[in-house]
Ligand binder design. Structure first.
Ligand SMILES: [Cu+2]
Length: 461
């Protein structure tokens, strides 16, 4: 089987990393049904729009998959900080691990190799089975019997393979950036007219996917990527970082036109390093809008490679695009191998869209190499580079190279149903002897918005 850690291009082995506490380890069931429902209840009507009608009780809270561009920012800033939300997240994070997924090797051994196939075909299909999980049966009602029959054949569902009743891999790896932004977005407290965010630098373990051992990492608020810091252009903000590591660090907000260069976050250039036990505050006006990032700028090849990175989104006061759903894809290619939001296929969160909807994807590259993102079946309309609107220079493409440090924002208008591959096109980043891995995902386009509720219901079942 593959070991993406071994593909680490810098050979940043975990052996010299700090040893996190056992209790820090993410759990396979970190995003449990309970966690979802409680998180959704706390989220209230802000980012919550769709109704889980299929199987939820009448009083069930509602939420939508993929935060709404038009609703999420207001909800995030307007919603009161909730101790219950933190408790729900903690409860979810400390839930006991789910039952172990049968090892692929064991399953492969038990599965006959069909005529003309090799073990590669068996392994490659299993990756997709793990990615789809128990969503496969839900596709029957969504796509109808003819399409479903083809999917059944492709997946080999007649085998009754175990993943048919298991949650998709992306539900089994703990914190997922896109889902975390829905269930428990980072909220500021107000000090006068300043939005104040509190973050920590901590050791942690990261599950790149659900069947590999977690890797020893470092992260903001014990998350990789760190939580999304989201504000509105013109906001005065203060971000406190408490360093719980045994090493120094510094945090750079990438893409901000600072008025005061001492807020730039570069140890020994604009500040002294943040020492273990210290809390350091960055204060500035978010005067540049768009998809920005925050990351370590100290021993950064190592620290960013181990997880010190996160999205910083500054919404303009008026949204010119009106996307229905949005997703952030932060690529990295170091400690965890080739990852999207800290996870590799099949543990990547699919983009979901209904016919007629427009999806916005914010590509951010926190790695050390370029990744050309290729959308199957759809062209992407590229609307912003590094937070700067392209205006009349916006263009369309199906493969978009994103260099280290760059952010590119695209819109995709969903007009044809299907399960469309969406991946980096540097082939060693996505396919190997055992099938697809790493920087692979899909965009699942369903006929109507309520089909997304069906998918959510299957995930929560
Ligand atoms: Cu790549």
């Amino acid at each position: 089987m593959e070991n993406r850690v071994s593909q680490d291009p810098l050979h940043l082995s975990t052996s010299s990393d700090p040893s996190p506490d056992e209790a820090d380890q993410p759990t396979a069931s970190g995003l449990s049904r309970r966690g979802f429902l409680r998180g959704a209840a706390i989220a209230g009507g802000g980012i919550v729009a769709a109704t889980i009608a299929a199987c939820a009780p009448a009083a069930a809270p509602t939420w939508t998959y993929g935060p709404s561009v038009t609703k999420a920012p207001g909800a995030a800033s307007a919603a009161p900080a909730s101790a219950a939300a933190t408790a729900a997240a903690s409860a979810a994070a400390s839930a006991p691990p789910a039952s172990a997924v049968p090892s692929a090797a064991a399953s492969a051994a038990a599965e006959a190799i069909q005529p003309g196939w090799t073990i590669h075909d068996v392994d490659a299909r299993r990756r997709v089975r793990r990615y789809v999980g128990n969503l496969a049966p839900a596709f029957k009602d969504i796509y109808g019997p003819v399409v479903f029959a083809k999917l059944v054949e492709i997946l080999g569902a007649a085998d009754g393979y175990p993943e048919l009743t298991q949650k998709p891999a992306f539900m089994q790896v703990g914190t997922q950036l896109v889902l975390q932004d829905i269930l428990d977005p980072l909220k500021p407290k107000m000090e006068g007219d300043v939005k104040v965010f509190d973050l920590t630098l901590d050791t942690m373990f990261q599950k790149i996917d659900e069947v590999l051992p977690p890797v020893a990492a470092i992260g903001y608020n014990k998350q990789w990527p760190g939580p999304t810091i989201r504000v509105t252009q013109g906001d005065k903000i203060k971000v406190n970082f408490t360093n719980n590591l045994t090493e120094t660090s510094g945090v750079h907000f990438h893409g901000v036109d600072f008025d005061d260069f001492f807020q730039d976050g570069i140890p020994f250039v604009t500040q002294l390093p943040i020492t273990p036990g210290e809390t350091y505050a960055y204060e500035f006006v978010a005067n540049t809008s768009g998809s920005l990032m925050y990351h370590s700028h100290h021993n950064a090849t190592d620290q960013v490679g181990r997880g010190m990175l996160g999205p910083f989104i500054v919404d303009p006061k008026t949204d010119p695009y009106g996307a229905d759903r949005e997703y952030t894809w932060i690529s990295n290619d170091e400690l965890g191998g080739f990852t999207i939001n800290g996870h590799g296929f099949p543990a990547t969160v699919p983009v979901l869209a209904a016919i007629g909807e427009t999806v916005r994807i914010r590509f951010m590259n926190e790695g050390i190499m370029m990744h050309p993102w290729h959308s199957h079946g759809y062209r992407m309309k590229v609307i912003e580079r590094d937070g700067v609107p392209l205006g009349s220079a916006a263009f369309e493409c199906d493969t978009l190279g994103v260099n280290p440090g760059e952010r590119w924002d695209v819109l995709i208008k969903a007009d044809r149903p299907g399960i469309w591959a969406f991946h980096c096109h540097i082939l060693p980043h996505v396919e190997g002897q055992n099938g697809m891995f790493g920087m692979v995902n899909t965009m699942i386009v369903v006929p109507k918005a309520s089909d997304i509720d069906t998918i959510v219901a299957a995930l929560l079942a």
